[in-house]
Design a protein. Sequence first.
Length: 501
Amino acid sequence: MLRIRPDSPHPLYDLAATRAIEHSAAASLPPHTLMQRAGLATARLARALAPHARAAWIVCGPGNNGGDGLEAAAHLHRAGIRVTVTWLGSEGRLPPDAQHSLQRARDAGVDFADAPTIALTAADICIDALLGIGLAPGGAARPPPPHWLALLAQLRAAPACLLCVDLPSGLQTDTGAWAAGFAPDAPAQAACHTLALLTLKPGLFTAQGRDAAGTVWLDTLDVLADESLASARLTGPSPAAQRAHASHKGSYGDVAVVGGEGLARRGMGMEGAALLAASAALHAGAGRVLLALLDDGALPAAVGAPELMQRRFEALDLEALTVVCGCGGGESVAEVLPAVLARAARLVLDADALNAIASDAALQTALAERATRRWGTILTPHPLEAARLLGCSAQAVQADRLAAAQRLVQRFGCVCVLKGSGSVVAGPGRVPAINPTGNARLATAGTGDVLAGMLGAHWAAGKESFAAACSAVYQHGRLADRWSEGQALVASALAKASNFD
Ligand SMILES: NC(=O)C1=CN([C@@H]2O[C@H](COP(=O)(O)OP(=O)(O)OC[C@H]3O[C@@H](n4cnc5c(N)ncnc54)[C@H](OP(=O)(O)O)[C@@H]3O)[C@@H](O)[C@H]2O)[C@@H](O)CC1
Ligand SMILES: [K+]
């Protein structure tokens, strides 16, 4: 069994892949083997998480997820724990594996009741074995029976640690979105863990998945999955870049940041966003960083960033640069976008550049044409910006983040970083990646500009676009994960910390 940490990559398998792996494993094993392994793994983790537990409350659903819970119940009972199973199945409709485990739990002498038979304490354990991958996907999910929701709410409100079997019940395997009706009103009161069985599912790591799942563990049930079936990948750290001794500032690429609408234009000075991106590019290791503020803006002397080279937009040699365009660009960015799209060799498009493209068909055509010229482009939308580009709602994007990122890739032929909890990186011909680092402290103004600048630096240093996107997103999140508790995470400090490693 493995605790999933952000320090190593992992393949992720969607529902179809997991079913295929399950099917072929089950065919080569004696009946009930997988469920027995799943139940034993669940019981072992429960005991490790709650070593002093006197009581366990296990809510078991009508399918094989419930079967795993029943199997675990028998083990925990035999270990001397007072186990209560609330079982929501009906005997006539039980799958054979779960029927077998029901009998084993009964034979072991487990109590069956509607609620725990003794009051739970913080030392005890609750197990959610109501629903796993059998939840009907997407819009096909039917509304859950109200008493199921009441039980799930009681599990989350209990003072005991909560262990979810395979998936938090109601979370969709492939998307990490809650199925209709399942989104909880409140998070779990105590620590929450999820034990993924056989495979790690993408839904555990993006959209609502990270909040719902808590700490994720994997037990492969001793089945070696065929990695070619992976539908996505959880990224890990990239190898540290080696700098040759005989190198110079031109060895690590030139990044140009184009953005920062001036105060004179509409009374909103947005130079700060461009400055944050430029500062991040500089501290992330770019050899030279050029800053072209729009509306002929100039940096106030007080900013004190002597390494940044200010340029008028017209003076930029776009064909030779990695251009980061959009940060704080406001309305002014639309005026430079035709030239940027037509000439920049490598282009990161962020924020206002994406909004300008979303509202202008000619710019969309110019963006799509870049791929036909084999020029690299990376889009870095948050869900609302992605929705504008796709002509749908942000809710639709969040309902299937992997699919939304891949739709942008198909439409524009570029790499797409869809930001948010569990940022998705998708690219032409690539298995999409989900980033495991980052936390809610990044939800503050300017951190997106910092990411755009870091991305420019990682790309300019020589990585190919998809790898640069994965490494910059990973590092941006890792900085936040390592941020000192007592220090406010502000974007300017994040930019200065974005050292290249
Ligand atoms: N994959 C593996 O390798 C292994 C899998 N194992 C375990 O099996 C789990 C998958 O089991 P599963 O296929 O029986 O599905 P599961 O999650 O129990 O749910 C199905 C039940 O829920 C019901 N139901 C669905 N939606 C509903 C709704 N909205 N509201 C109400 N009811 C709803 C559905 O009803 P039906 O649609 O059939 O009428 C059916 O009764 C998997 O997650 C893992 O824990 C391990 O034991 C071994 C290895
Ligand atoms: K579950």
